[in-house]
Design a protein around this ligand. Sequence first.
Ligand SMILES: [Zn+2]
Length: 255
Amino acid sequence: MRTLTLFASSALLFTHLLANPQCYVDAYPTLVASGNKDTLVLKNGVTFPYRTNTPKSTWDEKINNSDLETQLSQSYDAGGFDTPPPYLFDPGRLRYQPFFQAVYGKDKKTIEKNLVTIEWPTLKGKTKLQVSKVADVNKKLYAIGQEIAHLPKADRIWAEGAATYCYRVIKDTDRLSMHSYGIAIDLAPNTTQYWKDEAASETAHIGYKNTMPLSIVRIFEKHGFIWGGRWYHYDTMHFEYRPELLASSCKETPK
Ligand SMILES: [Zn+2]
């Protein structure tokens, strides 16, 4: 019983530390000026409430009414193995869209002004990808491609068929995909795994599957990208730039 109580209080403390507003300041040093438990201030003057009052009890409410605090409420296990994530554990999948719109562009036209082209190595040469230059995401993705090019061929085949920018909503939802901001990439789309191929409802019980090599995943994580294979609602082809989940201030452990 004592162990259980200790575990429960550590878990609470851990959740509190994870939802640290400083994660945003550290993760976006050129874009975020300051943050506290009430407000996040961007360098362009835009401010956001750290917490919104919209209901977040059910899973659907959480995913539709996320805020800056909720975005950090599940800990992203960078460097971990591809073990099946617990039920409804989707670190990074709960997103507060106004933040991404303020950072990468409020609409299609503004976002596209921030896109640049990078070269992505493939087994047969190179391909070109459109990526946002905000926060140097283009430079980070370019560096990732260069590192993947040094992996053995058996791993590299999982980085073929890369696709980045596409202004669209997530399948069967009205939520904007992170591909719409030019900060996400899909790899090996025809041979990877997507939860929706197995279950139609968000709260369904789904079996985990993955074939994306961890050698590729770890290169992305080193450069501030999270992987959809760490979600209960797995999307193993998908990577997106979310440094707030990887910042050192989000890695504190309870003392
Ligand atoms: Zn994707």
